[in-house]
Design a protein around this ligand. Structure first.
Ligand SMILES: Cc1ncc(COP(=O)(O)O)c(C=O)c1O
Length: 383
């Protein structure tokens, strides 16, 4: 299989991730912290080490500000629902994944928040338009760092400074940027950073994290055992346990730890540069076949991650193309709306969507050549 669906989840993982999970599962898979024996302590150490690695990678305030979650959706819901109060104004954009758009729209429909959705232009937000939407009631600004449909990297810095100056909170959805773009929380005024562990941090599915900065106090939506202090009647206020009730996915986190070590050793941006180079070949091919194919959004390699959506020829549905690529060519891509309906409406590709390809660090030019010749074969036979 040629796997070009890394924006959904990365595959394969670095070999060290498989080895770490196998070793951990066979020797130390106990419930962290709770029992105090040596296996429980080894398990707890995985959590501590992973929090330290996250703090090193993103330069947060301290390791205990990192809360482990199931995925990025879980982290975003924890942040949004734990912060927003009735009557608040919230700003978001038309580039967002449903894991941002749906909780916000649900709160809006309940009459609990006023929501402003800023429009993008060719895949990019204009920071001045976002800043102009800020009002004294704006409590939260939630934006994606890199758009999952288009791969475009957003101009976050001026927006984050303006939100901080206005007294609001900034939540960054780093699902497509964590691990491939340098995010330095000691310099960037981001209050909360949400991301999955299973994309460009190369952990397994079932992992994710939320950074909760020192200005923020979130209401926990899940209360229960923390493994440490069992004496209090309600959830302890100490971070990260306040937000981490229940047994964590420590096996997955053993894999995420190895993935983080791999990223730190390889260097953030290395995968982005490799993936954007592979996509450049696709962009060049599309411009040679522009009578049939197109790309969605602007192409600026310096402000792009490794995801790109193609507009297929008239009459060829993305879902049909995806099925042919899978069954006849053993190539995995993602057709459709990519859980981001607002941007497809804006691009005119709703409801059929587009054809997204997202190479990873282990893909080669030869994978891309095979993909492009498959597209040529399909269009030759069907058009
Ligand atoms: C921009 C963005 N936000 C959020 C998510 C949700 O991530 P998860 O599937 O880990 O919940 C995704 C997943 O593709 C995404 O691309």
């Amino acid at each position: 299989m040629i796997y070009l669906d890394n924006a959904a989840t990365s595959f394969p993982k670095p070999e060290s991730v498989y080895q770490a999970m196998d070793h951990f599962a066979r020797h130390s898979l106990a419930n962290p912290g709770r029992s105090g024996h040596r296996m429980a302590l080894a398990s707890e150490r995985i959590l501590d080490d992973t929090r330290h690695l996250l703090n090193t990678l993103f330069q947060g305030e301290s390791p205990d500000r990192w809360v482990f979650t199931l995925n990025c959706t879980d982290a975003l819901n924890m942040a949004i629902k734990g912060l927003v109060n009735s009557g608040d104004h919230v700003i978001t954009s038309d580039l967002e994944h449903n894991s941002v758009s749906r909780p916000l729209r649900a709160l809006e429909k309940l009459g609990q928040i006023r929501l402003t959705r800023v429009e993008s232009h060719d895949g990019y937000l204009n920071p001045e338009e976002v800043v102009a939407a800020i009002t004294p009631e704006t409590r939260l600004v939630v934006l994606t760092h890199a758009a999952n449909v288009l791969g475009t990297v957003q101009p976050i810095e001026p927006i984050a400074h303006a939100v901080r100056a206005a007294g609001g909170f900034m939540l960054l959805d780093a699902a497509q940027s964590a691990g491939v773009i340098d995010i330095n929380l000691s310099r960037l005024p981001i209050d909360m950073l949400a991301f999955p562990g299973h994309k460009a941090l190369y952990g397994p599915t079932g992992t994710g994290a939320l950074y909760v900065g020192p200005r923020v106090s979130l209401r926990p939506w899940r209360e229960g055992g923390t493994g440490g202090d069992s004496s209090t009647e309600t959830q302890p206020d100490t971070m990260p346990y306040k937000l981490e009730g229940g047994t964590p996915n420590v096996l997955g986190l053993a894999g995420l730890k190895a993935g983080l070590e791999w990223v730190l050793q390889r260097g953030v941006e290395a995968s982005r540069i490799h993936e954007v180079q592979l996509l450049q070949t696709v962009v060049d091919w599309v411009s040679d076949h522009s009578d049939l194919w197109g790309i969605a959004g602007a192409w600026d390699p310096a402000r792009h991650v490794g995801a790109l959506s193609l507009r297929p020829p008239q009459g060829l549905a993305p879902s049909e193309l995806g099925a042919i690529l899978d069954t006849s060519f053993a190539i995995a891509i993602r057709p459709g709306l990519h859980c981001a309906p607002y941007i497809h409406k804006r691009l005119g590709s709703f409801p059929d969507g587009l054809l997204r390809i997202s190479p990873g660090p282990f893909n080669t030019e030869s994978d891309i050549d095979t993909f492009l010749s498959a597209l040529s074969d399909i269009t030759d036979s069907l058009i």
